[in-house]
Design a protein around this ligand. Structure first.
Ligand code: GRF
Length: 208
């Protein structure tokens, strides 16, 4: 694949975007961020992008009469800015089959648990960590995975364990998991940048 030209889609504060950007700036990842897109006009991630002179765009289904019109706009924005890879960094909306098809095996999402556990409907943000603690898990983690048509389902690229401590609250656990997210998202992107990922069936194999 050519050099990674990323479109970041995010809905919130953008700490994962910030970590990726820092790693690019420090030459730990050979990639460029072409654009940051958020469905939430007030998202911190847009502010972060502007501060770093990266094009920042508010794009929401609410601005369009139909999902198809939204998709058309998103695809044209992605094309215009030259993005060849999509990073979902806390994006709270589902991408349509059309977008996923157009960027097949070139869309990554990060989930703050070890999928397929603690994924799917309602499993986002602090709810994930509450559920992990309520179950009494001794370990949780991070999954960076390809995005396919099913929610939280595409092939994992990297999964990393994070211990659950006996005095954890959902907040302390979220914090520990987030620290690992900031490392592994870049690690996963680097594998793509170095052309080391091969998809076979529903599994991703990493070439050494
Ligand atoms: C992260 O915990 C990520 O795993 C989930 O959404 C959160 C985004 O956090 N998908 P941030 O906006 O990157 O700080």
């Amino acid at each position: 694949m050519n050099k990674l030209k990323l479109a970041i889609l995010a809905s919130g504060r953008g700490s994962n975007f910030e970590a990726i950007l820092t790693n690019i700036q420090q030459k730990k990842l050979d990639a460029a961020v072409q654009i940051v897109i958020s469905n939430n006009s007030k998202a911190g991630v847009l502010e972060l992008a502007r501060k770093n002179d990266i094009p920042a765009m508010h794009l929401s289904h609410r601005q369009f009469d139909s999902p198809e019109q939204f998709d058309e706009k998103l695809l044209s924005v992605l094309k215009e800015c030259g993005a060849n890879f999509i990073v979902l960094a806390g994006y709270m909306k589902l991408l349509s089959a059309k977008i996923i098809g157009a960027y097949r095996n070139r869309i990554l999402n990060i989930h703050p648990a070890l999928l397929p556990s603690f994924g799917g409907k309602g499993m986002y943000g602090i709810h994930v960590h509450e559920a992990v603690l309520a179950y009494g898990c001794k370990v949780t983690g991070v999954t960076v995975h390809l995005v396919d048509e099913k929610f939280d389902h595409g092939a994992p690229i990297i999964q990393r364990c994070v211990p659950v401590l006996s005095d954890d609250t959902p907040q302390t656990l979220a914090q520990r998991v987030l620290g690992v997210e900031h490392q592994v998202f870049t690690e996963a992107l680097r594998l793509f940048a170095e052309n080391r990922i091969e998809i076979r069936g529903r599994s991703a194999f990493i070439h050494q």
